[in-house]
Structure formats: structure tokens, C-alpha cells
Design a protein around this ligand. Structure first.
Ligand SMILES: CC(=O)N[C@H]1[C@@H](OP(=O)(O)OP(=O)(O)OC[C@H]2O[C@@H](n3ccc(=O)[nH]c3=O)[C@H](O)[C@@H]2O)O[C@H](CO)[C@@H](O)[C@@H]1O[C@H](C)C(=O)N[C@@H](C)C(=O)N[C@H](CCC(=O)O)C(=O)O
Length: 486
């Protein structure tokens, strides 16, 4: 595309790519100088020109201007980046059905359900914490909500591969840092809002303001799908420019679940919508997943899929790795791996464990808390865990440059009478939990979900993954013992 097609009065230079990181600059790119927390993109202008970049979009004055390079000074580089990223990739979000999902918990689950079920009707891609995924393509994730260039490029690749829709996880960071300013959303879904990321947003009010941004600029026929039972429902209902649709359990809603039955291997409920009722059978478990499923059903129905037509697919939703993932190697006790890393997320998993663990059997939890992130939640984790668990094994969880034992000590401050130990090495902590479990106990491995990395002192290091470790420990240390015991 010619630079002159992107900026008025710009020269007719052919542009081949967009770039906001000098380390990835290529010949004939435009480089956008973003001022960040650590660096200022304006400092890398000479580097990128040496790499063959042909245009610089900047806010601050540039001292040395090179011949053959176009310099475009703008007031707000991020806003320009968003506009150009959409234009350069031919506005893919305008021509796809775009679902945006935000909320503290449930984003990955709701978007994954949508990708799975909606694809039976119209091919649908997914961008989020787990991956960038469409058709047979699965690319590793960058951020939950990537930068505008990667978002629009991924959507353009999806369109080229025949995708007609995309389900996008929209984080509060993504909203606050303006990564989705030029994405055209058809359906925006709000799951819930609880205490999280206050290290970045400062206050819950700021966090709420960031989340609201998804709902204020929907396509002209856009729909805001809101959790009617969430304490912050009204704030979203008041701010949206979209048509308002609600889902819930406790309050009267457009999509309401009643008569909910939750078992270890699935759930069933009656869905009331427009005076009709439907029996929903799903392999998803736990009450909070009923909310996630309701949000996804409401979103897809508003996008034109009849509930009757979805029913067969809701019974066999693809297991989402690391999200309430049941690890079943034939052992006699329950093992669940979940990504929960907020007080609310933890409590919801514990409530479910309480429901499925029969009287006289134990709940054993393995978890820690991230270093350099929301340190106030540590003691709260301890308080919540000791309400539900019979035994707690504290361990490392992305300690960064903090001491995992110190973090565990802060969690312990909240633990009342529950038996607890600290095993720093996460593999050994999981092994200990699994070896100590008796028949019909429930082992919960919480915090990292499907992540196969651990943030330590010197950055991101490989980690086997909680689900893989749990499987290995059950097979190696436990099945033989149980067989011998029986
Ligand atoms: C707080 C935050 O989100 N920061 C993001 C932000 O960083 P920043 O503003 O500090 O940027 P910076 O590193 O100072 O660099 C400024 C500019 O100089 C450029 N640069 C920098 C160095 C260099 O050598 N050359 C160069 O060109 C950078 O590409 C950038 O454009 O812009 C960077 C470039 O796009 C992002 O990589 C970075 O994400 C960091 C790595 C991050 O960890 N973000 C997390 C917190 C995040 O966004 N998480 C949410 C989900 C959270 C959740 O729900 O759990 C997400 O959506 O993933």
C-alpha cells in the first residue's frame, strides 16, 4: 500500500509492513514511535532507518531527518497506529462478525466456547490468552489482547483463510492502552468484575472505566451482552451505545438459567429465553461456567444462531486446557487444574470442589501467588483457601525476583486452622498433593492453568505445565500404589 493512501500529502512510497518494535523492523516498514513505561520509541528512529524503514510516525520532534524517509508528526501516535493498522489490513473487523469478551474471569472460556460452537455455523477464529487460532492454524499467544498491528493482521489472515467471525479476548490492559480502538465489534460480552490488576489500574474505579471502553463504541447495530447478576452490571448498561441484552441466574434476564444441576462430569439447566424454555446439557462444570455458557449462548444467539441449533454442540464443548480441566488417568480421586489467580476465581473453584467432594473426603489445594503483582491479594488467598480446604500446599507461581517462601508466608497470614506446608518446587508440590490424595478426595492445582512457562528472576523460563505434571505424577506415583492397595 502507498504511504499516500494512508496519510494526506504523504509521498508515494510503497509500504510493506507496520512496526512498533525496532527489534522487529523490516525494510519498507512504517515505524510508530510509542512512548512506553520502559522505553521511548522515538529513541530508536536511527536504528529502524538503518534497517530500511521508510516512514516514521512520531509525536515528538525528530532532530536528524534522512532523505528518502517520510516523517509524519501526529498528536497521538497510538490513535494513528490503530487507524493505519485497520486500513493497512483492509479493515478486516468490518467484514467479520466480531465478538469481544471482557471481564475479570471467564474471557478465555467464553471466547473458546464461541469459537468452538459458532464454527459449526460460520468459521470462527480466536485471539486471546491461549493462542491465536483459526482453521488448522494455532500460533502462540503474545498478550491476551495483542497490539493493534497483530490484531488486524491476524484478522486479515483469518479472513483470507475463510473465517467469517472472530472471538477476541479483550483485557483491561488492552482497553486502557488503546489496543482495540479501531476494531469494529458486533457483540461485546461482559462476564464479571472483581478485584484484579490494581497494580496497573490503581483503583477499582479505573479498572471499571477501562472495561467500559469495550461497550461504548460498538458497530451501529452492535449488541452489549451483560451479566445481569454482576454488581457492576448497571455501569455497563448505562454506558453502552449497543442494544442491551442480559443473561443471569438470580435476576430476571433475557437469557436466564433455572433448575441448575451440576455434576462432576457435566451440568444441566433450563434456559428461559423469550418465553420459551430449552433443556441445556453441557460437559462444562461449576456454577461460574454456567454464567460463561450463558454469556456465550446469548452472544451467539444475538449473532443469529438459533438456540435449538446450538444444543447438540453444547453437550461436547472442547475441553479448554487449564480451565477447570479435569485430569483423569483412571485415578480414584478428582484432580482439577485451573487458571484461577484472583480471590474471586479461587473462591469459585473452591465452591465447586465443595459441591463435588463428598462428606468425609478432603480438598487438597496447591497454589501460590505471583511475584510483583497485586501483593495485597496474598493474605486474601489464604483466608479463602482455609474456608474450603482440608490441606494446602503453597508453592511458586511466577515469583519473578521475589522469594517464593516470602510470598507463601504472606498467604499463610490469612490461613486460619488449615494444615499447610510450603514446597517451593511446583513439580514436587503437585506430586505431594497427588501422593497424599485418598479415594474421592479432590486435588486442586491453581494459578497457572495451561501455561508452560514460569516467570523467575531472569525472565520467562520453560515450565512443564500443571496439567502435564499432574498426569505424569498420577501415572508415576499413584496408579501403581492404588492398584496395589486395592
Ligand atoms: C503494561 C503493558 O501492557 N505494557 C505493554 C506496553 O509496554 P510499554 O508501554 O511499557 O512499552 P515499552 O517497553 O516501554 O516500549 C515503548 C515502545 O518502544 C518500543 N521499543 C522498545 C524497546 C526497543 O528496543 N525497541 C522498541 O522499539 C516498544 O515496542 C514500544 O512500542 O507496550 C509493549 C509493546 O506493545 C507491550 O509489550 C507491553 O506489554 C507488557 C510486556 C505486558 O506484560 N503486558 C501485560 C501486563 C498485559 O498487557 N497483559 C494483558 C492481560 C492481563 C490479564 O488479563 O491477565 C494482556 O492483554 O495480555
Amino acid at each position: 500500500m502507498k504511504l499516500s493512501e494512508m496519510f494526506e500529502q504523504a509521498p508515494e512510497i510503497e509500504i510493506e509492513g507496520l512496526c512498533l518494535d525496532s527489534r522487529q523492523a523490516k525494510p519498507n516498514d512504517i515505524y510508530f514511535c510509542m512512548s512506553g513505561i520502559m522505553f521511548d520509541g522515538h529513541d530508536f528512529v536511527e536504528d529502524v532507518i538503518a534497517k530500511g524503514v521508510k516512514a516514521i510516525v512520531h509525536a515528538k520532534p525528530i532532530e536528524h531527518m534522512h532523505k528518502g524517509v517520510a516523517y509524519i508528526q501526529v498528536e497521538n501516535v497510538n490513535r494513528t497506529l490503530n487507524r493505519i493498522a485497520s486500513l493497512f489490513y483492509q479493515h478486516p473487523s468490518r467484514y467479520m462478525k466480531v465478538f469481544g469478551v471482557t471481564g475479570t474471569n471467564g474471557k478465555s472460556t467464553i471466547t473458546s466456547i464461541i469459537q468452538d460452537v459458532y464454527s459449526h455455523f460460520h468459521p470462527c477464529g480466536y485471539i486471546g490468552t491461549i493462542a491465536i487460532r483459526y482453521g488448522d492454524v494455532e500460533l502462540p499467544p503474545s498478550l491476551t489482547t495483542p497490539d493493534p498491528i497483530l490484531i488486524h493482521k491476524s484478522m486479515a489472515d483469518m479472513r483470507a483463510a475463510g473465517m467469517e467471525a472472530c472471538a477476541l479476548e479483550v483485557s483491561s490492559h488492552g482497553l486502557e492502552l488503546g489496543r482495540v480502538m479501531s476494531v469494529d465489534f458486533d457483540i461485546a460480552i461482559f462476564s464479571n468484575l472483581t478485584y484484579d490488576h490494581l497494580d496497573f489500574h490503581g483503583t477499582i474505579e479505573n479498572y471499571l472505566e477501562a472495561k467500559k471502553k469495550l461497550f461504548t463504541n460498538l458497530k451501529s447495530d452492535g449488541v452489549a451482552v451483560l451479566n445481569r447478576d454482576d454488581a457492576y452490571y448497571q455501569a455497563f448498561a448505562d454506558c453502552t451505545n449497543g442494544r442491551l441484552v442480559t443473561y443471569g441466574i438470580k435476576h430476571d434476564s433475557d437469557y436466564r438459567a433455572m433448575d441448575i444441576q451440576i455434576q462432576t462430569d457435566g451440568s444441566q439447566f433450563t434456559l428461559l429465553h423469550h418465553e420459551k424454555s430449552y433443556t441445556i446439557k453441557t460437559n462444562l462444570v461449576a456454577m461460574y461456567n454456567i454464567y460463561n455458557l450463558l454469556g456465550a449462548i446469548a452472544g451467539m444467539c444475538e449473532a443469529g444462531i438459533a438456540i435449538e441449533d446450538m444444543l447438540p454442540y453444547l453437550a461436547s464443548i472442547k475441553q479448554i486446557e487449564g480451565r477447570m480441566e479435569r485430569i483423569d488417568e483412571g485415578q480414584l480421586f478428582n484432580v482439577i487444574v485451573d487458571f484461577a489467580h484472583t480471590p474471586d476465581g479461587l473462591e469459585k473453584v473452591f465452591e465447586y470442589a465443595k459441591d463435588i467432594t463428598k462428606e468425609g473426603h478432603s480438598i487438597i489445594a496447591v497454589f501460590g501467588s505471583a511475584g510483583k503483582r497485586d501483593t495485597k491479594k496474598r493474605k486474601v488467598f489464604g483466608e479463602i483457601a482455609s474456608k474450603y480446604c482440608d490441606s494446602i500446599i503453597l508453592t511458586e507461581d511466577d515469583p519473578r525476583d521475589e522469594d517464593a517462601r516470602e510470598i507463601a508466608n504472606e498467604i499463610k497470614e490469612g490461613i486460619k486452622d488449615t494444615k499447610n506446608i510450603f514446597i517451593e518446587d511446583r513439580y514436587n508440590a503437585i506430586r505431594q498433593a497427588i501422593e497424599s490424595a485418598g479415594a474421592y478426595d479432590t486435588v486442586l492445582i491453581l494459578g497457572k492453568g495451561d501455561e508452560v512457562f514460569m516467570y523467575r528472576e531472569f525472565g520467562r523460563e520453560p515450565w512443564l505445565g500443571d496439567h502435564n505434571v499432574a498426569r505424569e505424577c498420577i501415572r508415576r506415583y499413584c496408579l501403581d500404589n492404588h492398584e496395589e492397595n486395592n
